[in-house]
Design a protein around this ligand. Structure first.
Ligand code: IPM
Ligand code: MG
Length: 370
């Protein structure tokens, strides 16, 4: 294996650095046991970047992300930076990376692993075996549309404005990602919109239908209003395979889907850009859980989502299916052995912290590789 896989690691804030530390141990293990090494750079993002450079996403971080083959992102934000002006907040770290690198397709799996299906908070009969992939558009829509802002109207009263705007090309390219993924899964895409209310939603539905008819007629396409999708997710989640939605609907529905799995601390995500000339595709991988400031620094955070984000990186950016699978299997075995971090604790299981969980993953990797 060549050693020139360029990786940018951005631990960020809160539990980000702690869980990233466990990924570093997995990387060290891979270097020793599988002779796979990475050309690793670490950078600043979010509150950590604000503290040392004044910006949540310094130019140096964006430049390093452009040079890298893949970015492994931790999480950003925390109470320390809550009072900053709107245009300086830590969340801009991730939003700018998505926008500047053109990372338009955000892939968010919601999977219930068998050892966790009996968690008390879940209705096992509803979610056992759940395996949904949400494809969220992530560089357009109301997150970035203009005009936006707060300004006075003719009566001097403040008016807040955001704009939901989608071009047909933005819709078509993310729809293709969803259809391509569906072909490798259970061959069904549910596209969500509010075509009954919104003009951008009407166009969304039309364009998804055109892409489907032209190139993906073999995939089952279902259109659903976003509010109905929320209800269906909560009541009959296993009907879904791939769910395709705008930036905002994808944001909301992916949190709902994650909650269904009962284990936010287990879920990774990938955000992919288009193919560049030369065959490279920018990509960023991050856990869904965010910075969890309430438990940061206590050594109790679940490192699994960050480690699984690294597995997704191996699969999608480097085509290393075997290594990705190895890591995923190791984590399933750790769970099957009964170890649990606080977020996924079940009666009768052994509660452990971040480092012990990480060590257990290494132990299982060692057994699998033997
Ligand atoms: C997410 C988060 C972000 C978003 C925030 C942190 C800006 O909620 O990745 O889902 O809204 O996209
Ligand atoms: Mg969100």
């Amino acid at each position: 294996m060549p050693a020139n896989k360029k990786l940018l690691v951005l631990p960020g804030d809160g539990i980000g650095p702690e869980v990233m530390g466990e990924v570093r141990r997995v990387m060290d293990w891979m270097a020793v046991r599988r002779a796979i090494s990475f050309d690793l750079t670490e950078g600043l993002v979010g509150g950590a970047a604000i503290d040392s450079t004044g910006s949540p996403c310094p130019d140096a971080t964006v430049a390093a992300a452009r040079r890298a083959d893949a970015v492994l992102f931790g999480s950003v934000g925390g109470p320390k930076w809550d009072k900053l002006p709107f245009d300086q907040r830590p969340e801009l770290g991730i939003l700018r990376l998505r926008k500047d690198l053109g990372l338009f397709a955000n892939l968010r799996p919601a999977i219930v692993l068998e050892p966790l299906a009996e968690a008390p908070a879940l209705r096992a009969e509803l979610v056992r075996g759940l395996d949904i992939m949400i494809v969220r558009e992530s560089t357009g829509g109301i997150y970035f549309g203009e005009p936006r802002g707060i300004s006075p109207n003719a009566q001097g009263r403040r008016v807040g404005v955001d704009t939901e705007v989608y071009s047909e090309d933005e819709i078509a390219r993310v729809a293709r990602v969803a259809f391509d993924l569906a072909r490798k899964r259970r061959n069904k895409v549910t596209s969500v919109d509010k075509a009954n209310v919104m003009q951008s939603g009407r166009l969304w539905r039309t364009v998804v239908g055109e892409v489907h008819a032209a190139d993906y007629a073999d995939v089952e396409l279902e259109n659903m209003y976003a509010d109905n999708c929320a209800m269906q997710l909560a009541s009959r989640p296993r009907q879904f395979d791939v769910i395709l939605g705008s930036n905002l609907f994808g944001d909301l529905l992916s949190d709902l889907a994650a909650a269904l799995t009962g284990s936010l601390g287990m879920l990774p995500s990938a955000t992919l850009g288009g193919l560049q000339p030369g065959g490279k595709r920018h990509a960023l991988y991050e856990p869904i859980h965010g910075s969890a400031p309430d438990i940061a620094g206590r050594g109790i955070a679940n490192p699994c989502a960050q480690i699984l984000s690294f597995a997704m990186l191996l699969r999608h950016s480097f085509g290393m299916e075997e290594d990705a699978k190895l890591i995923e299997t190791a984590i399933e075995r750790v769970l099957a052995s009964g170890l649990r971090t606080a977020d996924i604790m079940q009666p009768g299981r052994a509660r452990v912290g971040t480092a012990v969980m990480g060590e257990a993953v290494l132990r299982e990797l060692e057994k699998l590789a033997a």
